[in-house]
Design a protein around this ligand. Structure first.
Ligand code: PLP
Length: 229
């Protein structure tokens, strides 16, 4: 199936149930992004700042870019002018830096708090307690140019479906609690980003509102530099 076919069939699957589809184009050439764009896709996810910035420069300006990978504070300035959502916020320091650059650009930047749910040491994110502490802090209350739209999580990379299901269930439960405690009157807190190619059906069953799909759309990734594809 072509990239366009994949986009069309995934849209058919996700649109009626109001799950937002992020096409994860990391390592893939701009040409592939354009094919998905031509099939109607407008939301794309990247995990590296430099790659994101270069693609943004060369591709249609109505694309909404989501950063889904770990973000270093010193790189916020490169994406602040245009980024649609930063899904990988994992500290108050980073949030303060995003706020500063959003203000400079006279914007409000949409953010998700990335929550650590996997049984792996390599995954970034806040623990449940850390997320609550962040949301309770005076430092957070002072930030006027960021908007927390919800939570993002990455499940353990395992064949064990029960484990993945449990991790997504926990995140959904936490999401509902955070909504009640901190965002009850805020309709903008509406996004639970969970689900990748291997596990998005489970994630949707557990209440995901946004899935991030790469290989299902663009084919498997060979680990090489995107410009040399
Ligand atoms: C790469 C990546 C994805 C997409 O992965 P696939 O398995 O190709 O769908 C989703 N989310 C994050 C955070 C990623 O880094």
């Amino acid at each position: 199936m072509s990239i366009a076919d994949n986009i069309r069939s995934l849209k058919k699957e996700t649109t009626p149930i109001k799950v937002t589809l992020i096409a994860v184009s990391k390592t893939k050439p701009a040409d592939d992004v354009q094919q998905a764009y031509d099939a109607g896709q407008r939301l794309f996810g990247e995990n590296m700042v430099q790659e994101l910035v270069e693609k943004q420069e060369h591709l249609p300006k109505d694309i909404q870019w989501h950063l889904i990978g770990h973000l270093q504070s010193n790189k916020v300035k490169y994406i602040a002018p245009f980024i649609s959502m930063i899904q990988s916020v994992d500290s108050i320091k980073l949030l303060q830096e995003i706020n500063k650059h959003a203000e400079k650009n006279k914007r409000v930047i949409n953010c998700l708090l990335q929550i650590y749910i996997a049984d792996e040491e390599t995954k970034f994110g806040l623990g449940f307690d850390e997320a609550v502490e962040l949301l309770r802090s005076d430092e957070f209350a002072a930030l006027k140019n960021i908007r927390i739209r919800g939570l993002m999580g990455i499940a353990t990379n395992t064949e064990n479906e029960k484990q993945v299901k449990d991790e997504y269930y926990e995140l959904k439960t936490f999401f509902d609690g955070i909504k009640q405690s901190f965002f009850r009157k805020d309709d903008a807190f509406d996004t639970l980003s969970m689900g990748m190619s291997a596990d998005y059906k489970i994630a949707i069953e557990e209440g995901s509102t946004m899935v991030r799909l790469g290989s299902t759309i663009f084919g498997t990734r060979v680990i090489k530099h995107w410009k040399n594809n």
